[in-house]
Design a protein around this ligand. Structure first.
Ligand code: ADP
Length: 640
């Protein structure tokens, strides 16, 4: 019995041991499977990464991590890419074919490789087709397609890394729409699965509040001028809302009280900035898929990239340049720009930087060397290819029209939201705009010394006071506008002639006309909300943000049909009741007056139709969503 018991106990023990062994065996079997799955996923990622140069395919990594992943990938992708080292400058797109391994090959900090300039023919740059990475193909053969890592459900794939380079960015420093775009587009791109770094000058005028948040990221010296003068380049970093802001620090160039002063100072400043931005990317070893340059101040970036930086890591990036305003181009005599930029002789030819007989044009050079050009509306993209709007670059742009695209700007709904806007007397949304607008109107009238009357037709105007903005048209119709039922509020600074004429009108029509000659963000919010209509009668307008903000605040724009104004404001149709505002085509004051009178008629005589338009405008999508998607598509297109 005792023996039986013992046997039974032993049997049970054996059973338990067998179970354990089974479990262990099963676990052992499972482990390699899991490992294999993991490995497969990683390999698949590697494959895609190599193939598309998109290391971030499966993960949302911060900027630094991205670079590191790229490096690891590089190691794994092995020795295949030796030959890419000898990248010939003219085949700039071959740089694209250069796969990750190059990261290992080229010394990152070698930024200002001034000596190693290659002969580049400017306009040839963008045509060559990108190649698939050989390493990528091999990995592909090994892996069954079904094993592909699942894409993140919400984010569009593939991921792209973008470096913005520009001269201003809200809230650090802003003089106009460029500052808004540099702030809002990166944020919108993050939602589109992009990794974004914004490179800006560290102007002394950036408020202390922001300066304090910046963290020292590193520094180096860079040669700049033709005679080899070297300059300090500091990098101060601030990470905010997923966007990495890197400020290029140099007291000598950026210690003015404002971002732009005069060309004599601005030309050296932005030669330095363009080169320092690229050198900083090399220094930080953060090589984006696309470098996105903005306006003439970053115009030399594509030129540097394909010449003096052609043999450095950053040259793997594609380069896009956006025209926010073609009027400003950074033109100066060749010797000055040649001296400050240190660029080689051959870029000063008529297809690239040279303009006329003796000038160099920084923007023109950037347009020539960029892989892709965008501007801020489809209509402006067409217009700038004509002599009237082309600012002497229409032929150059026609030549490069194959790589020119128009994408209209949006506004940042976080920054401009009447329902949460703390600067408004009475925040509102589309459901209560009609009532609340009256309260905002009264508050604005009170604060600006206008007659308080919610029934008055109030026209707002917020603008740089320059010729571009159609202010001579406004000036010439003010007396006809002042009919006792209309008020005009102007907020702006700029040309003296306009500042003075508006001051004159304020004096002549006390209580009905307000000229607030200043730059004042807070007041701007109150005017967008408190006005019924909004003037943007520009001579030319690449996109224009004020009409977008106005519509979003339930204010009806009166605009000239040009550039982005034409693309964003649909004229009111009295028969169908559709549309967003009142428009006119030719640049004539009589037509502005006519459009304004049509607006007034609707306001005073068909208030229901007017109110419907107000609500419609508030509901119109003027966000960055659609446009950020379009930019993303272009980034992907140019890096495929
Ligand atoms: P631009 O870039 O040609 O100046 P945009 O319409 O693209 O014109 O952008 C103008 C931006 O600057 C808008 O955000 C507008 O509200 C702002 N702005 C212009 N002038 C002033 C001002 N005097 N005070 C406050 N904001 C201003």
């Amino acid at each position: 019995m005792a023996e039986k018991k013992t046997t039974a106990k032993a049997a049970e023990e054996i059973k338990a041991v067998v179970e354990e062994v089974k479990e262990a065996a099963a676990a052992k079997e499972e482990a390699p499977k899991k490992a294999a799955t993991k490995k497969t996923t990683r390999k698949t990622t590697t494959k895609k990464t190599a193939a598309k140069k998109d290391t971030e395919k499966t993960e949302k990594a911060p900027a630094k991590k991205t670079t590191r992943t790229r490096k690891t990938t590089a190691k794994k992708a092995a020795a295949k890419a030796e030959e890419v080292k000898a990248v010939e400058a003219p085949a700039a797109e071959e740089v694209k074919g250069v796969e990750a391994p190059v990261v290992e090959e080229v010394k990152a900090v070698e930024a200002p490789a001034v000596e190693e300039v290659k002969a580049v023919e400017a306009p040839v740059v963008e045509e060559v087709k990108a190649e698939e990475a050989p390493a990528a193909e091999e990995v592909k053969a090994e892996e069954p397609a079904a094993e592909e890592a699942p894409a993140e459900p919400d984010l569009p794939q593939p991921r792209r890394s973008i470096a913005f380079i520009g001269s201003e960015c809200y809230p650090f420093v802003k003089t106009g729409g460029l500052g808004d775009v540099m702030y809002a587009l990166p944020k919108a791109l993050i939602a589109q699965n992009c990794d974004v770094k914004v490179i800006l000058p560290r102007y002394k005028c950036i408020p202390q509040k922001w300066q304090e948040k910046m963290v020292y990221r590193g520094a180096f010296h860079m040669d700049l001028c033709a005679d080899g003068r070297t300059y300090y380049v500091g990098i101060m970093e601030y990470v905010w809302d997923g966007v990495v802001y890197d400020f290029i620090d140099n007291e000598e160039f950026f210690s003015e009280g404002k971002p732009y002063t005069n060309l004599i100072d601005d030309i050296p400043k932005f030669c330095y900035f363009g080169k320092a931005a690229l050198a900083a990317l090399n220094y930080m070893d953060w090589i984006p898929d696309v470098i996105h340059c903005h306006d003439w101040q970053a115009g030399l970036v594509p030129v540097y990239l394909r010449t003096m930086f052609a043999d450095t890591p950053v040259a793997r990036a594609k380069v896009m340049i956006t025209i926010h305003n073609l009027r400003f181009q950074g033109i100066y005599n060749i010797p000055t720009i040649q001296y400050w930029s240190g660029l080689p002789d051959y870029v000063f030819n008529k297809d690239a930087l040279k303009q006329g007989y003796e000038d160099a044009n920084m923007f023109k050079g950037g347009l020539a060397y960029a892989n892709m050009i965008t501007t801020v509306s489809g209509t402006y993209a067409d217009e700038i290819q004509t002599p009237f709007y082309g600012e002497n670059l229409d032929a150059h742009l026609r030549y490069h029209s194959g790589k020119l695209h128009g994408i209209v700007n949006g506004i940042d709904y976080g920054m401009w939201d009447p329902s949460t806007d703390k600067l408004l007397a009475a925040p509102y949304d589309a459901a209560n705009v009609i009532e609340k607008k009256k309260a905002n109107k009264l508050a604005m009238q009170t604060s600006l010394g206008l007659e308080q009357d919610e029934n008055k037709f109030v026209i707002g105007l917020i603008s740089r006071l320059t010729d571009q903005k159609g202010l001579d048209l406004v000036n010439s119709i003010v007396p006809q506008l002042m009919d006792g039922n209309t008020q005009v509020v102007v907020l702006g600074t700029g040309d003296k002639v306009y500042e003075d004429s508006f001051r004159y009108y304020e004096n002549a029509y006390k209580g009905s006309f307000c000229a607030y000659i200043a730059y004042d963000e807070s007041l701007a919010h109150g005017i967008y909300a408190g006005s019924d209509a909004f003037f943007v009668p520009s001579r030319f307008e690449p996109c224009g943000l004020t009409q977008l903000i106005a519509m979003h605040y339930g204010t009806v724009p009166i605009v000239r049909e040009t550039g982005g104004l034409k693309d964003t404001v649909e004229p009111f149709n009295q028969y169908t009741g559709e549309g967003n505002g009142f428009t006119f085509d030719r640049y004539e004051s009589g037509l502005l007056l006519d459009a304004t009178n049509r607006a007034k008629t609707l306001f005073f005589e068909h208030r229901e139709a007017w109110d419907n338009m107000v609500v419609r405008n508030m509901n119109k999508d003027v966000s960055w969503d659609v446009s950020a998607k379009q930019y993303r598509e272009l980034y992907v297109q140019m890096t495929q």
